[in-house]
Design a protein around this ligand. Structure first.
Ligand SMILES: NC(=O)c1ccc[n+]([C@@H]2O[C@H](COP(=O)([O-])OP(=O)(O)OC[C@H]3O[C@@H](n4cnc5c(N)ncnc54)[C@H](O)[C@@H]3O)[C@@H](O)[C@H]2O)c1
Length: 332
């Protein structure tokens, strides 16, 4: 394993991060006050699940959706943090309907238990936001033996989405589709999907593994939309790129990057609240009614990486993912 093959993914990730930050800065300087805060319709009676809604982008997504009247379930792996988040949101918005349900995306068993507990409540499900993630963690495995980025960011959400699909299909209607919103990242543009080494066991680069998990999310979102459209389901799937946002996700970056973030974050990075805006847009905007398979950034549709539109790769990843989580691949 050469030093260059380890350094390249990191260089690519920092390069794309730099480009996004520069774009954010120019946008801030050239168009201050833009975009205007949109007004979304009230969501009373609708139910959403947000993974990792206890902090960062997820927290602000939950808070906004709850303010719109949506009943939000936070799916997270930190019970105490989860209950505190629920209390905080309820204190700020008195009538907010928010609850926490334990779900560790690093454990297939926990995901199954979460879905069981959710289904026992007999709720509908109008919005599923696959938000949680880890970034640049050292080489570690999940309970089920997946590389951690791949296991939590991608496989965990793959299984969760598939287990909730029937409920989403039952909740969506012709005029009000249920929505799946998946958070990816600009790092997917520089990612490589190694189908023969999805667990990065031949070559582990934390940057490469994070980027790969984010590309896998885009590929499988497009594949899922294809399958749902083919069977005429009223469920849409869109992908969100929140930009570079000042959150705890960066806790494992190198000290130099931490210093730069600490000194310039207020100017260069989006606040967590700003970072949540595209997730909220994808979840409730009437503009996106019935529209899926979009890559959304700054509340606008944009193109994802060329490789993400490779239908053969989408299909192969989907089949392999079904095998890995032990669900049938019923797709033709
Ligand atoms: N912050 C950014 O600049 C940025 C950039 C691009 C994409 N994103 C994406 O946005 C999403 C939100 O990131 P953030 O910046 O708010 O990060 P964050 O670290 O602030 O929040 C991540 C959330 O995921 C949860 N989580 C982690 N492991 C989990 C597990 N095993 N089971 C359940 N929940 C788990 C955490 O508890 C936390 O609530 C992520 O998907 C991230 O990849 C963020």
């Amino acid at each position: 394993m050469s030093l260059l093959s380890l350094a390249l993914p990191a260089i690519r990730v920092y390069w794309i991060g730099f480009r996004v930050v520069l774009h954010q800065l120019l946008r801030r300087l050239l168009r201050p006050g833009w975009p205007l805060k949109p007004v979304f319709p009230l969501q009373n009676g609708n139910v959403a699940i947000v993974t990792g809604g206890t902090r960062g982008i997820g927290y602000h997504t939950v808070k906004y959706l709850a303010r719109l009247g949506m009943h939000v379930i936070i799916a997270g792996n930190k019970e105490k943090e989860g209950q505190e988040t629920v209390m905080k949101i309820k204190e700020e918005a008195l009538n907010a309907k928010v609850e926490f349900l334990y779900c560790d995306l690093a454990s297939m068993k926990s995901i199954h238990q979460f879905v069981q507990a959710f289904k026992a409540k007999n709720y509908s499900l109008h919005v599923l936001i696959n938000n949680a993630a880890v970034m640049l963690v050292p080489e570690r495995k999940t309970e089920d033996g997946f590389e951690e980025h791949f296991g939590i960011n991608y496989m965990g959400h793959f299984l969760l989405t598939n287990l909730l699909l029937e409920t989403l299909k039952q909740s969506g209607t012709h005029s009000h589709n249920a929505r799946i919103v998946t958070l990816s990242s600009a790092t997917h543009y520089v990612a490589e999907l190694r189908l023969n080494d999805l667990q990065s066991s031949c070559l582990y680069s934390p940057h490469g593994a994070y980027a790969q998990s984010k590309l896998a999310l885009v590929l499988s979102a497009y594949r899922l939309q294809h399958l749902l459209t083919a069977e005429g389901s009223h469920v849409t799937v869109n992908v969100v790129d929140p930009g570079v946002v000042n959150t705890d996700l960066y806790q494992n970056v190198c000290w130099a990057a931490k210093m730069v973030k600490w000194m310039t974050g207020w100017l260069l990075l989006k606040s967590p609240e700003e970072g949540a805006s595209t997730s909220i847009y994808a979840a409730v905007s009437p503009e996106l009614e019935g529209i899926g398979a979009c890559y959304l950034c700054n509340e606008q549709r944009t193109k994802s990486a060329d490789v993400s539109y490779d239908e053969e790769l989408q299909k192969r990843l989907w089949t392999e993912s079904c095998r890995l989580v032990g669900i049938p691949d019923t797709a033709p």
